[in-house]
Design a protein around this ligand. Structure first.
Ligand SMILES: [Zn+2]
Ligand SMILES: [Zn+2]
Length: 132
């Protein structure tokens, strides 16, 4: 069975062509994708509102995770383990990848501080750009 179909079944979501098409893009590409990039990959088979709703649904369900890079363009990838991990953003091609193999420093916030979200982003030049 296709990975995308398995994911929808696992999360008890109704199988629609749009959901499958969007998941296909994520299962094929490891770099994070923005709404616009997904729209381009779908070649007009899906309207913007559907893409927007689907991305929100997938994020809410924990299928996708949203990566904050300090810009207003949100990017998404399939949720990775461990949930807290570093991200790398290339300054040349703009690709963002999850670096799940690197452990994060174990930190403790001062008393009285509550963490709500944390973004671990490293910016630089990716391997493909470096070798080009
Ligand atoms: Zn690059
Ligand atoms: Zn990630």
């Amino acid at each position: 069975m296709k990975t995308s179909l398995k994911i929808l079944e696992k999360y008890n979501l109704v199988k629609t062509q749009a959901r499958l098409d969007i998941l296909d893009i994520f299962t094929e590409k490891s770099a994070a994708l923005s709404e616009g990039e997904i729209e381009d990959s779908l070649c007009g088979s899906c309207d913007r509102a559907t893409i927007y709703r689907t991305l929100n649904l997938f994020t809410l369900k924990g299928i996708l995770h949203e990566i904050a890079n300090g810009s207003t363009i949100r990017k998404y990838t399939l949720k990775k383990k461990p949930e807290r991990h570093l991200h790398f953003e290339c300054n040349l091609c703009g690709e963002i990848v999850c670096l799940t193999g690197i452990s994060l420093p174990d930190y403790r916030l001062p008393e009285g501080f509550t963490e709500q979200e944390a973004h671990f982003l490293i910016k630089g030049i990716c391997k493909a750009c470096y070798e080009a």
